[in-house]
Design a protein. Structure first.
Length: 417
């Protein structure tokens, strides 16, 4: 075994000047911890795209309780007039800047899940975001995230490849963190490529060839956990090559808005079309911490969200891929019921989540939280966010939810049977 290890590491050292232009923290130590078949894999080819609305989205001005006069009394400036809202039913409506989302709702592709939160809500951005990412409100445990734990149930994810991918984040989102599964964090499509290191073209070509010789080692030469590393590197190199082909061959079936979120989702559409086997994508849209002069900022953000998701699903539909994909949105908390003195809103508690795509069970799920029966001035939740996670894991991706989230979280009925 020692000889095998020296062979493997010697060749890796020679190829050390070649690397993949993605963040791969802990890939080597993750490999030695990976073992066992802990659950059932995703057998349906389905994909989950998580859109984080960072900063604390104002849920009251997103899904608007227009039929409740208390809303207008609490927000004399920020309340959206009744004649401008996009009604979903007799009680609630979408913000007028969510027109594309309303079109998807009318096409039975949107589930609005109201009153989502968790017990004893924390109004700190950092702590509440950690809670949503780890799905552990009761403890401070940042070892892994809910999606990272889910991936550990999949033997294919444990074997390497790119089972999940974060796009456009400065660092890997905690939700995807795992001690056993490596998840790349990619800044852009151009960054996901083989970086051959310094030297002229001849030296770079030799580096690439050496790395390929490493992955060509027979299992008996590498041995044990080193064989896992070999296979992981093999899949990575194959993925890089395949993505190059995808970038050249891909033709968008939709005109995307010129926004940051739209650019990210267009890349996600390209990767899904490339059939890389990636089942979870994670993107973020920031700027929702609207303490002052909220209206123009919030309107721009909602329009960006709505337009980007609509273009994304139209693009996927043109490639006959939309039925495989579900988008889920969340924010770390909502905002307070009353507007503040700076024409904005402060940190709150319960809000809504959207699940979007042809595979959702459409409509408005759950009652809008009361605007008068509050907890410290904030909306009370009636649906634990882990119930939505359970639906995404169990009913969409096909993973057992209980080992990931714990007991007692009945999935919300937001996925078609």
């Amino acid at each position: 075994m020692a000889g095998n290890r020296r062979i493997f590491l010697t060749r890796c050292g020679t190829a050390g000047v070649a690397s993949v232009g993605v963040s791969m923290p802990g890939i080597w130590r993750s490999a030695v911890n990976a073992a066992g078949l802990l659950g059932m894999p995703n057998t349906k080819g389905r994909v989950l795209v998580v859109v984080e609305m960072a900063g604390g989205n104002d849920g009251l001005n997103t899904v608007i309780p227009f039929a409740d006069d208390t809303y207008y009394k609490a927000r004399p400036v920020l309340a959206v007039p009744k004649d401008r809202v996009l009604k979903l039913n007799s009680a609630v409506a979408l913000h007028p800047k969510l027109g594309d989302l309303r079109t998807l709702f009318d096409d039975s592709q949107v589930a609005v899940i109201q009153g989502v939160g968790y017990p004893k809500p924390d109004r700190s951005h950092f702590r509440s975001m950690d809670i949503w990412h780890t799905a552990r409100p009761e403890s401070v445990d940042l070892r892994d995230g809910w999606l990272g734990r889910a991936l550990e149930r999949d033997p294919k994810a444990l074997a390497g490849g790119v089972p999940a991918l974060a796009l456009g984040s400065e660092k890997l989102p905690l939700a995807l963190l795992s001690g056993r599964v490596n998840v790349p964090n990619v800044q852009s499509m151009d960054a996901y490529k083989l970086l051959p290191g310094p030297g002229d073209q001849s030296a770079q070509a030799r580096a690439k060839q050496t790395l390929r010789e490493v992955v060509a080692l027979k299992a008996t030469e590498a041995g044990g956990e080193l064989d896992f590393l070999r296979r992981t590197a093999d899949v990575t190199l194959t993925s890089v090559d395949r993505l190059g082909e995808v970038a050249k061959a891909y033709k968008s079936g939709a005109t995307y808005p010129e926004t940051g979120l739209a650019r990210k989702l267009q890349v996600v559409a390209r990767l899904i079309a490339g059939d890389m086997g990636t089942q979870i994508f994670y993107v973020s849209l920031g700027g929702f911490d609207t303490h002052s002069r909220q209206q123009p900022v919030h309107e721009l953000l909602l329009a960006e969200l709505s337009g980007a998701i609509a273009a994304f699903l139209k693009d996927l539909k043109s490639h006959k891929l939309a039925d495989r994909v579900m988008v889920a949105t969340f924010s770390e908390f909502g905002r307070r019921v009353d507007e503040n003195g700076s024409l904005g809103t402060d940190h709150g508690a319960a809000s809504q989540m959207f699940c979007i795509g042809p595979g959702v069970k459409p409509g408005v799920t759950g009652a809008h939280p009361s605007l008068t029966d509050l907890v410290d001035g904030d909306l009370k939740h009636h649906t634990d966010f882990r119930q939505v996670y359970a639906a995404l894991l169990q009913n969409w991706l096909g993973y057992p939810a209980e080992p990931v989230l714990g007991k007692g979280f009945q999935p919300v009925d937001c996925v078609k049977g």
